[in-house]
Design a protein around this ligand. Structure first.
Ligand code: ZN
Ligand code: ZN
Length: 357
């Protein structure tokens, strides 16, 4: 991963953001810019250089993971340390990550930095993270291969009477074995009427004949997370659920077909929403179409109603329409797609047809 290139790209944006330097403290953003995988660090990045700061627990780890930057201790009082660095560099306007700085941390920093403008900046690193480089895409593809493999293996062990929680454990184990040990997130497993809840927590419900099974899960590779949902049936599902599956599959395909560079996120959401509305289930699709994936399971860009954000080549995001009918059940189908120069590439290979076990 070319962390230096990422830092230079960010440094080139400071002027436009009207700041002399940016303090990055969100661990995921620090990781993106340096390769450091610990939980406590900071980078102060100005137009010329970046200084990496971490606490004593991570000195040794940082020496290995961040060999290319000047490294300093974060100290007992990080605000004071950062203020010292800002004074040393003669910076007048310091950007902080608005989404990742508590009100208290902002106040402490402002107190230490009398005479310096502390400017909240939104999404500066997140915006860079939207577009994946070839190494990131490779990591995502490997995470997806592991996810597809785990799904194949799970289908072999689904049996009458198994509980959602037990199936979630089995799925987690398959994901860990096929991927990089770490899960992208706790798998969602929902049977029958429970599937009407989009983010159902796997519980004690036992699998019955005719249930749909919503499985939402993902493996990781080198810190990159993937996200897939399949809805399968155990035995023969109710005719309406079969119909809903067909509608959701068509909605997903229509949205995937509409993905291309320059497409607005809100328009893609609308494409899927229209297919579902035409089938009479408009009220039953009550979440956004998708989200970016990468170092975080949910990251920019957000594919939701009204968003004018446009997609760029290299962006990885999910396309996940769903229809949820209380008392009956639900269907969601989700895949990660990568925006190409003229369309989209679906990363996963698992069938999107209704599998009846
Ligand atoms: Zn998901
Ligand atoms: Zn998702």
């Amino acid at each position: 991963m070319d962390h230096g290139l990422r830092r230079r790209t960010l440094a080139a944006r400071l002027e436009e953001l009207e700041i002399d330097a940016l303090v990055v403290r969100a661990p995921v953003n620090v990781r993106y810019l340096t390769g450091f995988t610990g939980s406590s660090a900071a980078i102060v990045l100005d137009a010329q250089e970046a200084v990496f700061l971490t606490d004593g627990r991570y000195t040794e780890q940082a020496r290995h993971e961040v060999p290319d930057l000047e490294r300093r201790p974060l100290g007992e009082d990080p605000a004071a340390t950062i203020a010292g660095l800002v004074a040393e560099r003669g910076l007048a306007r310091l950007g902080i990550e608005a989404e990742h700085t508590s009100v208290a941390a902002h106040r402490r920093l402002a107190e230490q930095l009398a005479g310096i403008d502390v400017v909240p900046v939104e999404g500066a690193v997140e915006e860079l993270r939207e577009v994946k480089d070839p190494e990131e895409l490779d990591a995502l593809a490997r995470a997806q291969t592991a996810t597809d493999a785990a799904f194949d293996r799970l289908l072999e062990v689904i049996e009458l009477g198994v509980s959602e929680a037990r199936l979630a454990d089995l799925l987690a184990e398959e994901l860990r074995q096929a991927g990089d040990r770490e899960l992208a997130f706790e798998p969602i497993v929902a049977f029958g009427e429970q599937a009407a809840e989009p983010h159902h927590r796997a519980g004690h419900r036992l699998l019955e004949e005719g249930d749909v099974i919503v499985l939402d899960f993902g493996a990781t590779w080198a810190g990159y997370r993937t996200d897939m949902t399949r809805t399968v049936a155990f035995g023969s599902p109710a005719a309406e659920l079969r119909k809903i599956h067909d509608v959701v599959r068509q909605a997903q395909q229509a949205a995937i077909d509409a993905v291309r560079p320059g497409a607005a996120a809100g328009d893609l959401d609308e494409v899927a929403r229209q297919v579902i509305a035409e089938a009479g289930y408009g009220e039953r699709f009550d979440h956004g179409l998708g989200h970016g994936v990468g170092l975080e399971i949910h990251e920019a860009p957000w594919l939701r109603r009204g968003s004018t954000r446009t997609l760029r080549p290299g962006t990885a995001c999910t396309i996940e329409p769903g229809v949820y009918v209380p008392g009956l059940g639900g269907v969601r189908i989700e895949d990660v797609v990568v925006v190409t120069d003229d369309g989209a590439r679906v990363l996963g290979t698992s069938s999107r047809e209704l599998i009846e076990l």
